[in-house]
Design a protein. Structure first.
Length: 159
């Protein structure tokens, strides 16, 4: 009986370890939450692929997520980004290496939030380093697919 419970404990610990150390899928089966309804399925799939095949293949396997919202509802973009970042717990907790790009469509605001483990990469970058003029033009033209995909690729290039 004692041997059975030891084997059972080993199995339980192994299964728990499997789930604890797997990358999270931030919003179910995807790393994109399009509450504003501005992204095509193709763009969502491209961002997911960039995250899974690009970001997560890097040292520390950082997690990158995108959220679009219609409005900030009076909240600052920084506060909303931080709240969502913490809510989803993006990134590896040991490395604190999650990234969240938030786009508030009606407010024409965006913000890249990142864990402290990535501050050495992103703290010295300006908004223009992440969202270039082509992406800003696409945002002005309400071509959110092109703008958000371009910004996502820029973030990856800086990694």
């Amino acid at each position: 009986m004692k041997k059975i419970s030891q084997i059972g404990m080993i199995v339980i610990v192994g299964v728990m370890g499997f789930f604890v150390f797997q990358p999270s899928i931030a919003f179910g089966q995807t790393f994109v939450r399009d509450d504003a309804g501005v992204l095509s399925q193709e763009t969502i799939e491209q961002i997911d692929a960039l995250n899974k095949e690009g970001f997560q293949s890097l040292t520390g396997a950082p997690e990158y997520a995108v959220i679009t919202i219609p409005s900030l509802d009076g909240q600052s973009i920084e506060a909303r980004n931080l709240a969502l970042f913490n809510e989803y717990g993006l990134g590896n907790p040991e490395d604190n290496n999650g990234l969240l790009f938030l786009f508030a469509i009606d407010d024409r605001a965006f913000r890249l939030g990142y864990g402290d483990g990535l501050s050495y990469v992103f703290s010295a970058l300006s908004e223009d380093d992440l969202v270039d003029e082509d992406a800003k033009d696409a945002l002005r033209d309400e071509d959110y697919d092109a703008a958000i995909l371009a910004a996502s690729n820029q973030v990856y290039q800086h990694m």
